[in-house]
Design a protein around this ligand. Structure first.
Ligand SMILES: *Cc1c(COP(=O)(O)O)cnc(C)c1O
Length: 331
């Protein structure tokens, strides 16, 4: 096990988050399903970004920063959680949020995550779809420095080798819960976007000597592109932890078969997955990430890729605050 005391961390999360069975959904699908409730990490409604922000905020603090800048879509959960963490620790927060083509528009600009960003006192820079938001953030950074501020730039999704440490920690948490509960897990499934969650989880499992496969259902990329993104970050994370990056080889599995027309655009299977989880388990998923991840899991149960003999753990990465931006496709 990795000694975590060597990595500066600000404690934000409520943990450990529950790891539970999903008996009714299991019965409906003929699979053995469990869920890791990282929608309950406790910051601003929870979600996977809480764990990454624990390490990223420590890095910002250690760099002497007074302002956090980050980037995402207009309904970014990462932006919402960054805004809340900034408020909690007294940083100013500047969000560069890009419009997303093809998303429903009745509530996209004012409800869901963006409503919450404003409540947390963040300054929002809304940029049109297709604008280079990374370049925009770099310019904003330069302007803030000129004005005497000390900005710290958190990458899209909090996904770099520092943020990924949050999921190294989560891997250890899951492994301890499996032992405590006397269960085995044969497969982990999650929604994979900017890749920090999958890369961190894999790095943690590798470091602990656990060989549970982790399937990342891509939310915006084809299989090869998603695998390449996770692989690169996994190697960097292992290196950051003082481990051999070659340990990443053969461990990254992604599936680009479920993202539909693109990031933020729901598919009929996404909507079905959101409704099924709500009706069978009282669990709220989201239309952008976990709905697609669960759609992939449901399909793999139905087609027999996952059998009733396997225990499958779905990592719930949060996002239900985004449901309110998608009223017209859900109601
Ligand atoms: C950001 C996010 C993800 C994807 O995590 P990555 O680390 O970016 O791959 C999954 N689910 C939700 C709800 C998210 O907000």
């Amino acid at each position: 096990m990795i000694d975590f005391d060597t990595f500066p961390r600000m404690v934000i999360s409520h943990g450990p988050t529950p790891l539970e069975a999903m008996p009714r959904l299991s019965q409906a699908l003929g699979c053995n399903l469990f869920i890791k409730r990282d929608d309950c990490t406790g910051l601003a409604g929870g979600g996977n970004k809480t764990r990454k922000l624990e390490y990223l905020l420590a890095a910002a603090r250690d760099a002497g920063a007074d302002t956090l800048i980050t980037i995402g879509g207009l309904q970014s959960n990462h932006a919402r959680q960054t805004a809340a963490a900034a408020a909690k620790f007294g940083f100013a927060c500047e969000l560069v949020l890009e419009d997303v083509e093809g998303t429903p528009k009745q509530d996209y600009y004012n409800n869901g995550n963006i409503l919450l960003d404003k409540l947390f006192g963040a300054t929002i820079h809304a940029v049109a779809e297709g604008v280079d938001s990374v370049a925009f953030a770099d310019q904003l950074m330069a302007r803030l420095i000129d004005a005497g501020k000390k900005p710290y730039l958190i990458p899209v999704g909090g996904s770099n080798e520092v943020g990924s440490l949050g999921y190294v920690r989560c891997a250890n948490e899951i492994l301890a819960q499996i032992v405590e509960q006397g269960i085995t897990v044969d497969q982990i499934v999650l929604a994979s976007g900017s890749a920090g969650t999958q890369a961190g989880l894999l790095a943690g499992l590798i470091a602990a000597g656990a060989d549970i496969p982790v399937l990342g259902i891509a939310v915006s990329r084809d299989t090869q592109a998603q695998q390449a993104l996770v692989q690169a970050l996994l190697e960097k994370t292992l290196q950051h932890m003082g481990l051999d990056p070659a340990l990443a080889n053969g461990r990254v599995i992604a599936d680009g078969g479920y993202y539909g027309a693109g990031y933020g655009i729901t598919t009929p299977a996404t909507i079905e997955a959101v409704k099924m989880s709500a009706e069978q388990e009282g669990v709220l998923l989201d239309p952008v990430y976990t709905g697609k991840g669960m759609a992939g899991l449901i399909d793999k149960c139905r087609t027999g890729a996952f059998s009733a003999k396997q225990n499958v753990l779905f990592l719930h990465t949060g996002g239900s605050q985004g449901l309110f931006a998608y009223r017209e496709v859900l109601s």
